[in-house]
Design a protein around this ligand. Structure first.
Ligand code: PLP
Length: 383
């Protein structure tokens, strides 16, 4: 059997990861400023994470959601405490798309409506309902377009206000910081006004914190830079540091009933151990503060580069946009400077999403590598 060939691959095979580095099969180290797509939050193979997983795997990997699982309760309590959302309820699932799928479904159950507001440049996943609110027609099959999804300009309150006033919108879904679209931070006042309007018109406000959450922005959730109380908050990516786990944080005004949502694998014992290990490390090593500190240092330094047109972001979720398509530069950084960076839907933007526990030496190495990469930049380089 062959693989279904849907991913363009770099000619590189990492075989080991440690902290902010991955190593190829010849032992060459690569600085991971991509975090394996914003996933590696507490660093590759962190000793506490590895130990927690090993111990749990030796005890019990999985049993179904028909029995008591105190690890789920412990995870919900720890997440509530660290995120300053202790009153929310947690539904556990396996990925970001699944979290958004369940959030959209909950909203529709709640107000019996179907229309959804999303934003230009949005990415919310590839499953049926989630992909319909993703602003990319190429990845939507006819079967996905079963309800009306409206895409509004980022930060444009007037159009959102007009649409919500029709009182037929089930949910408004927005990323805490727009990621794949190219790192765009919403204005706090925009989010706050949207939140008030959603409440007024009985529209459910869903904050997609799948990429921007779990400390990446320098707050536990990026929306916490503003004064809003979302109805639903979706999480995944950094939540398991690479172990597949996702969740929906659900405001207490939503009442659960048996069978309303469900999954076979969501919240399994091993996933909960991974989720708990991540939170314990975030707390112990003060990684939210570390993300804020090094994010600020990085952004200040990057603003001093002549070749970078704009630096956007918060904490360790940073976009650098150039005057030129960044594809050759990214390859140059990877194969010559041995630094992983991320792309975006915007062809001129590089995304930086390193582990939250990067240190001074790693930031320094990145900045030096970028300087050399930009100096040697050859648009036609063939790697
Ligand atoms: C903001 C956002 N939402 C949802 C998703 C989908 O997550 P997953 O790939 O785990 O389904 C992503 C993935 O990149 C994302 O960045």
């Amino acid at each position: 059997m062959q693989l279904f060939d849907v991913y363009p691959l770099f000619d590189l095979e990492p075989v080991k990861g440690l902290g902010s580095y991955v190593y190829d099969k010849d032992g060459k180290a690569y600085l991971d400023f991509y975090g394996g797509h914003a996933v590696v939050s507490v660093g590759h193979s962190h000793h506490h994470f590895v130990q927690r997983l090993q111990e749990q795997a030796a005890k019990m990997v999985f049993y179904s959601n028909s029995v008591q699982n105190p690890l789920q309760v412990e995870l919900a309590q720890k997440l509530g405490a660290l995120s300053a959302c202790p009153d929310y309820q947690l539904f556990l699932c396996n990925s970001g798309a699944e979290a958004n799928e369940n959030a959209l479904k909950l909203a529709s159950f709640h107000n019996d409506r179907k229309k959804i507001i999303a934003f230009k440049g949005a990415f919310h996943g590839r499953t049926s309902a989630a992909v319909n609110v993703t602003d990319n027609p190429r990845i939507k099959a006819p079967i996905n377009k079963t309800y009306e999804a409206e895409f509004h300009e980022w930060n444009n309150l007037d159009s959102v206000r007009d649409s919500l006033a029709k009182e037929d919108v089930s949910a408004l879904i927005i990323e805490g910081i727009q990621g794949i679209g190219g790192i765009h931070v919403p204005d706090a006042s925009f989010l706050e006004e949207v939140s008030v309007l959603c409440k007024k018109h009985n529209t459910v406000l869903i904050l997609d914190e799948i990429q921007s959450g779990y400390g990446r922005s320098g707050e536990f959730f990026a929306f916490q830079y503003s004064n809003v109380v979302p109805d639903l908050i979706t999480v995944a990516k950094g939540m398991g540091n690479g172990f597949p786990i996702g969740g929906v944080l659900i405001h207490p005004r939503f009442k659960a009933s048996y069978g309303l949502l469900g999954t076979t694998f969501g919240g399994n014992h091993l996933a909960c151990a991974a989720g708990l290990a991540v939170l314990e490390i975030i707390e112990e090593e003060k990684l939210v503060e570390n993300a804020k500190r090094f994010g600020q240092i990085l952004m200040d330094e990057l603003k001093g580069f002549d070749q970078i047109k704009e630096v956007r972001g918060l904490g360790l979720m940073i976009g650098m946009s150039m005057d030129f398509p960044i594809k050759p530069l990214r390859k140059q950084l990877l194969f010559e400077e041995h630094i992983f960076t991320g792309s975006a839907a915007d062809p001129n933007t590089i995304r930086l999403l390193p582990p939250l526990n990067i240190n001074e030496q790693e930031v320094d190495q990145f900045l030096k590598g970028l300087k050399v990469g930009l100096k040697n930049y050859t648009p036609t380089a063939n790697f």
